[in-house]
Design a protein around this ligand. Structure first.
Ligand SMILES: O=C(O)[C@H](O)[C@@H](O)[C@H](O)[C@H](O)COP(=O)(O)O
Length: 235
């Protein structure tokens, strides 16, 4: 069980964005100082958009930064639901390498997951950072209840990514996904969570209380992460 979970509360989304962008910038600089490069996984969804705006404005050696989405919806790159296209809009113009993880002609979600895993196997590992959002249903990255839940939580040790069919499908993006596995997330050198709203806060608080027995994916992630985790929250 993780004993070091720290909440950081802000008055509004802009304050949270500035603080989280500052933390991510520091993590990127430290990785570049240590190794000459940084590899980070960033969350999809809407909450982190102001964070990415602030981060993209930071003076960093972007050419040394590789960014992958921590999860992806299996949709074409042109689809508004596509996480990597959202990330590319912010960070490609800065010179970062922004890697799509879903093949354009994904045959089925499990094959897409295997292909994402193969791509991740070529990255320097562990990730320097994993930034996660959390759904109101307690999902994190694209670890959802459904037929792939056990595989995402406790699949093969070396598996970094997999295909996931959420059940039920989330209403705001009702499509199959690929996701980092729980092991890949918890192995990251730094784990940050950014969420907004009382509802998500309540879900995360119960998930923390439930620990390893939590039915919420975010509860399992937090219970299995040994490093301190910062949870950034704004109304
Ligand atoms: O692609 C995704 O669906 C995400 O990466 C997902 O895990 C997201 O972080 C949550 O669904 C919260 O999304 P919002 O920030 O839009 O509420």
């Amino acid at each position: 069980m993780n004993e070091e979970i720290e909440w950081w509360d802000y008055d509004n989304a802009a304050e949270m964005a500035a603080a989280v962008a500052g933390d991510i910038g520091f993590i990127i600089e430290s990785a570049i100082d240590a190794r000459g490069a940084a590899v980070i996984a960033l969350a999809g969804g809407k909450t982190p958009i102001p964070i990415y705006e602030a981060l993209a404005a930071a003076k960093l050696e972007w050419k040394r930064v590789t960014i992958v989405p921590g999860d992806e919806r299996i949709v074409p790159l042109s689809d508004p639901l596509c996480n990597v296209s959202m990330l590319a809009k912010f960070f490609l113009p800065k010179g970062a390498r922004v890697m799509p993880i879903v093949p354009n002609a994904a045959a089925d979600y499990k094959a897409a997951g295997r292909s994402a895993d193969a791509l991740m196997q070529d990255l320097h590992w562990p990730l320097d950072l994993c930034l996660l959002g959390v759904g109101r249903d307690g999902h994190a990255a694209s670890i959802f209840p459904g037929p792939d839940f056990d595989d995402a939580i406790s699949g093969p040790k070396t598996q970094r990514a997999l295909g996931v069919m959420p059940d039920p499908l989330p209403a705001d993006a009702p499509v199959p996904r690929v996701s980092l596995s729980l092991r890949a997330i918890t192995a990251a050198r730094a784990l940050l969570i950014a969420v907004r709203g009382d509802e998500k806060r309540a879900v995360i608080e119960s998930a923390i209380d439930q620990g390893r027995a939590s039915p919420y994916p975010i509860g399992r992630v937090l219970a299995d992460t040994e490093l301190p985790v910062d949870i950034h929250w704004a109304p």
